[in-house]
Design a protein around this ligand. Sequence first.
Ligand code: BEZ
Ligand code: FE
Length: 286
Amino acid sequence: MTSQAVAYFTEHGSVEAVNARIGAGCDARLALVMSRLVHHLHAFVKDVALTQEEWGLAIDFLTRTGQMCDDKRQEYILLSDVLGVSMLVDAINNRRPEGATENTVLGPFHVDGVPEMPMGTNICKDGAKEPCLFEGVVTDLQGRPLQGVRIDVWSDNEEGFYDVQQPGVQPEHNNRGVFVTGADGRYWFEGIKPVSYPIPDDGPVGQLLGRLGRHPYRPAHMHFMVSREGFDTIVTHTFVGGDAYLASDAVFGVKASLIAPFDPVEGGATKWRSRFDFVMNPRDVV
Ligand code: BEZ
Ligand code: FE
């Protein structure tokens, strides 16, 4: 090989120099994703003319982000959330036809293994000041009620914490439930009217939000994971209409179609009632 044929690293030819090293046997998808990542990453570094000091700060930030992670805390997902990447990946991978219920971010507080409960169960185990009835119907795109739909729900308590954030303080599975629809496709359960809360902000991601002049709050919401064989699983929330943080959710999870009514109830078993219907999209049909 002559010296002219070697793509030595230069500022101008940096992308080509790095991408030329990808081997012929590399998996095609990996080669595509990594070569495009290098392309955009180098363009970014050139665009902002990154200084040595800024590069060092970035390395330190990523190091601390990794050090914050363990089996209960995932600071990298939080970083992805506040940068809008989680919502973007979700949007690209869950395109649905008009009328189907939209997805939003899963978040870190879902728990597997919550037992199935009879419809109507009160999932709040630490005393609700603002009890709320959640109800609705699950249908297909043609409006036909769907039987055998698993509805997995979770929310914070009235202090703004999930049970898993306060082990030993809140009862296990507080504000969590799993329900399965009958032939009429209906669901109903009691919980609390959720409250807005800050995402975990005691780590590097919280510091970044602070430096950017961003608050860490999420508008009040109830999480739903709605699943049935043959349909796209809906991972979503219903948001409390009128919440002060709807327009500035720290993780960009709000969609207009997911803002639900929370109506005051006079003389009922609960103070509030929120009705939200879910429409499931058949799997592999966009
Ligand atoms: C949540 O809604 O539970 C959540 C979502 C993203 C980051 C943190 C919390
Ligand atoms: Fe949440």
